[in-house]
Write a protein that binds this ligand. Structure first.
Ligand code: MN3
Length: 194
């Protein structure tokens, strides 16, 4: 049973003008799809051919298999972290947890932005549940927190392919827009509730 490319949770132009249909066409239609295709090529005919994506990530050693599996998982999670008309602030238990770990929603946003802007090269910036509290972590390249015992709540893709067509080299503007206009706080709250 091959790993499938999940459908986007919205139309390819739904995040316009913040993330254009053109970016989605490459990022989802080419990059994400290629990770799925590469992964299926790597597991075909092996004893992992019928494994779940999460099981492959859990057992894979550093290298191509891990990188492609983690990128499939990370991108599916990233698409769900955004929604048309997103942004605003967290509420309920999630808001209380963010206040407890960061002081306030604004302080969380400030630290998340600093993490994403300062994430050198290609990678991901995450809000995770880690032990008793929440933390902002950065991963390089394909690496994913689910490999490291953390529960991802939110992520932003800071590979250049995520923003270059819309923002060129202005990563801070992309990060600001993600935070203010795109975050799907309902999805984040669902991940927090587990
Ligand atoms: Mn990407």
């Amino acid at each position: 049973m091959a790993i499938e490319l999940p459908a986007l949770p919205y139309a390819d132009n739904a995040l316009d003008p913040h993330i254009s249909a053109r970016t989605i066409s490459f990022h989802y239609g080419k990059h994400h799809a290629a990770y799925v295709k590469n992964l299926n090529g790597l597991i075909e005919g092996t004893d992992q051919a019928d494994s779940s994506l999460e099981d492959i990530i859990a057992v894979a050693s550093p290298g191509g298999l891990y990188n492609n599996a983690a990128q499939v998982w990370n991108h599916t999670f990233y698409w769900n972290c955004m929604t048309p008309g997103g942004g605003g602030n967290p509420s309920g238990d999630l808001a209380a947890a963010i206040d407890a770990s960061f002081g306030s929603a604004d302080e969380f946003k400030s630290q998340f932005k600093a993490g994403a802007v300062g994430n050198f090269g290609s990678g991901w910036t995450w809000l995770v549940k880690d032990g008793s509290g929440l933390a902002i972590v950065k991963t390089d390249d394909a690496d994913t927190p689910i490999k490291h015992g953390q529960t991802p709540l939110l992520t932003i893709d800071v590979w250049e392919h995520a923003y270059y067509l819309d923002y060129q080299n202005a990563r801070p503007a992309y990060v600001d827009t993600f935070i203010e206009k795109l975050i799907n706080w309902e999805f984040v709250a669902g991940n927090f509730a587990g």
